[in-house]
Design a binder for this molecule. Structure first.
Ligand SMILES: Cc1ncc(COP(=O)(O)O)c(C=O)c1O
Length: 388
């Protein structure tokens, strides 16, 4: 018997970037201006368009990871400050804290929303101590910015939201705050690589911009003359090439976001029907996500997750245990990161599975996904699943 892996029938994620002809007008402008980086006209236009309609300032950066690191640096916390981070997140949330010279302290998440909430953070501040909080808009689910603003007022601790996967779905909601988005190829506003920092705090945005340009003083009136080194920064500027892709992606934003919303609604209905309502879903809040980027379900048991994974693998359907192992199980450099009690995060990590989700997913791929879910939930009655 052949043990060759099956051809990929359903990929996990397929980036949805603008076509070359959609980039061309922007690339021609860039080339005519001979301006390829260093806060060029395309970066300026992208930042302006992203700031439209918000009472907030925007700065672009080379990635969300660098954006998080620079916002934390710009907050000027004492070295080795303790920063609360959810245990269920991508590793970059915690590595950004460590690279900014601070100590990630891992917290539990809410059982329904899978988010680190202000209530959980308040308990962790009391039990573990912290000087800042870095909650995540996990899988694109928006954080409640008014609740976080109230938390900041009550505790005096700054909050930075890692909204890497939540462009379009997470906003400041009229509150003061700091958001960091990713423009990675797999996100809803893809530029290939890139990040965006949004904040109501104009001084913070100016500091992040300066830190993204090596720390060189960019405006008059600072502690050093313009052109001198004001802080130890890095090079985290978004290039004009990436801004061109970001602008072209913004031109087709509405259409792409709508396709994502429809696909999630359709898949959710199909998988609910296929599982007899047995799948567990993240509580996404009062409104559907504006631009979902992932399809994550809880299978109800570790055994059922393994069953679904095996059946998917056999049929060439790609899955991923997103954000697993939990950060509490990951070696953070030379030592493990400190963690509080994590009952909800540990329970979620027992049976959470990421399923294929991408705007170009066709009807046959959607139907195949529903079929494997049906087989797993009717395992005893169906020979295909029983043989897995
Ligand atoms: C929660 C979270 N934070 C940070 C990042 C890193 O974003 P970037 O690739 O733009 O650095 C990701 C990437 O997917 C993420 O999911």
């Amino acid at each position: 018997m052949s043990s060759r892996p099956p051809a990929i029938a359903v990929p996990l994620l397929v980036p949805d970037l603008p076509a070359p002809q959609q980039l061309l007008p922007y690339l021609e402008r860039m080339h005519a201006a001979r301006h390829y980086s260093n806060f060029g006209p395309l970066v300026g236009e992208l930042e302006q368009r992203l700031a439209q309609g918000q009472s907030a300032e925007v700065v672009t950066v080379a990635s969300a990871t660098l954006g998080l690191e620079l916002v934390l640096s710009a907050l000027a916390l004492p070295p080795r400050s303790r920063v609360l981070v959810p245990a269920l997140t991508f590793v970059a949330t915690a590595t950004a804290v460590a690279r900014a010279g601070h100590v990630p302290v891992l917290c539990d998440v809410d059982a329904a929303s899978w988010l680190l909430t202000p209530t959980i953070a308040a308990r962790a501040v009391r039990d573990l101590g912290a000087q800042a909080v870095l909650p995540v808009a996990t899988f694109g689910a928006p954080q409640d910015m008014r609740a976080w603003a109230a938390f900041e007022q009550a505790t005096g601790l700054p909050v930075v939201v890692d909204a890497a996967a939540a462009f379009g779905s997470q906003t400041l909601q009229g509150a003061a705050g700091r958001l960091v988005f990713s423009l990675h190829a797999t996100k809803s506003l893809p530029a290939g690589e890139g990040g965006v920092v949004v904040s109501s705090d104009a001084a913070l945005i100016a500091r992040v911009r300066q830190l993204s340009n090596f720390g060189i003083q960019l405006q008059p009136g600072g502690s050093v003359p313009v052109g001198h080194l004001a802080a130890v920064g890095t090079n985290a500027k978004l290039s004009e090439y990436h801004a061109a892709v970001g602008l072209a992606a913004l031109d087709r934003w509405d259409e792409g976001a709508q396709r994502r919303r429809h696909l999630l609604a359709r898949l959710r209905a199909a998988l609910d029907a296929a599982s007899g309502g047995a799948l567990g879903w993240q509580d996404l809040g009062p409104q559907p996500l504006a631009a979902p980027v992932a399809l994550c379900v809880r299978l109800g048991s570790a055994a059922r997750r393994v069953q679904l994974e095996r059946l998917c693998k056999r049929l060439g359907i790609l899955t991923r245990r997103w954000y697993q192992p939990l950060l509490s199980e990951v070696q953070g450099g030379t030592q493990r990161w400190e963690a509080g009690a994590l009952p909800n995060a540990r329970a979620i990590a027992q049976d959470l599975l990421g399923l294929p989700f991408f705007p170009a997913m066709d009807e046959a791929q959607q139907a195949l996904l529903a079929t494997v879910v049906r087989e797993v939930f009717c395992a005893a009655a169906t020979p295909a699943a029983a043989a897995v």
